[in-house]
Design a protein around this ligand. Structure first.
Ligand code: AP5
Length: 217
């Protein structure tokens, strides 16, 4: 199964992807996580992406398409769920072309729908583990011990692009450049709209209901 998970920044893509891969045995490919790893490693790609990410803008398509094509090629015969990619119609077209050349296609698109006010609250309270990437929220999804990752005991940190000014830019970028991707997929694929304003468990249940039906066909 090859899935694309769409949604605004902070809609819960990363949170839900971790649950989807756990249940369906898929590989989670997050463009944001890959870019952050490249930055931490100080690679050329990481250096090129840095300014765009810090400003809440999109990294140019050419860089992203090449990076994600490489990541997908490495796992070509496995099922996967894409998180944060594609984010422009051009990226979606390039992804379709690349999959088609290997005789593959996207089987389902999950579209997390959420209102902007809630996004701002979710980003302000997000804390992440730098070691394992686990994501928490100071009110909604608390770790057992405040500020410490349940998985490995590492310190939880706030992402630098979660400050209010950058969040506002990320939201603007989403509405202008990524919302058209939803329309692109609605014309070409099966898209499941999911109400992401609900609790994380309710969102997971709605996703599993749709994916279970897909798997059983
Ligand atoms: P990226 O890392 O992809 O960030 P994003 O899309 O902005 O998404 P987030 O990771 O911020 O949020 P999420 O939806 O995963 O929410 P989460 O589960 O953490 O991209 C970062 C940057 O990289 C971009 O700005 C861009 O510069 C660049 N980039 C990446 N991909 C690119 C591409 N394809 N093209 C060009 N540039 C690209 O949840 C958020 C918080 O809410 C957490 O605290 C969580 O615990 C909590 N939460 C989650 N669900 C719920 C719920 N249902 N109820 C209550 N709380 C919840």
């Amino acid at each position: 199964m090859r899935i694309v998970l769409l949604g605004a920044p902070g809609a819960g893509k990363g949170t839900q992807c971790k649950r989807i891969v756990g249940k369906y045995g898929l590989i989670h490919l997050s463009s944001g996580d890959i870019l952050r790893q490249e930055r931490t490693a100080g690679t050329n790609l990481g250096k090129k992406a840095q300014g765009y990410m810090d400003a809440g803008a999109l990294v140019p398509d050419k860089i992203i398409v090449e990076m994600m094509a490489g990541a997908i090629n490495k796992i070509s015969d496995s099922g996967f769920v894409l998180d944060g990619f594609p984010r422009t119609v051009n990226q979606a077209v390039e992804l379709d072309k690349s999959l088609a050349s290997a005789g593959q296609k996207i089987n389902a698109v999950l579209n997390l729908e959420i209102n902007d006010q809630l996004i701002v609250r979710r980003m302000a309270g997000r804390r992440s583990c730098q070691a394992c990437g686990a994501v928490y929220h100071i009110e909604n999804l608390k770790p057992k011990v405040e500020g410490i990752c349940d998985n490995d005991g590492s310190k939880l940190v706030q992402r630098p692009d979660d400050n209010p000014e950058v969040v506002a830019n990320r939201l603007k970028t989403y509405h202008q450049q990524t919302e058209p991707v939803v329309a692109y997929y609605k014309n070409n694929n099966t898209v499941y709209d999911i109400d992401a304003n609900k609790s994380a468990d309710e969102v997971t249940a709605a996703i599993f209901e749709n994916l279970d039906a897909l798997v059983s066909v």
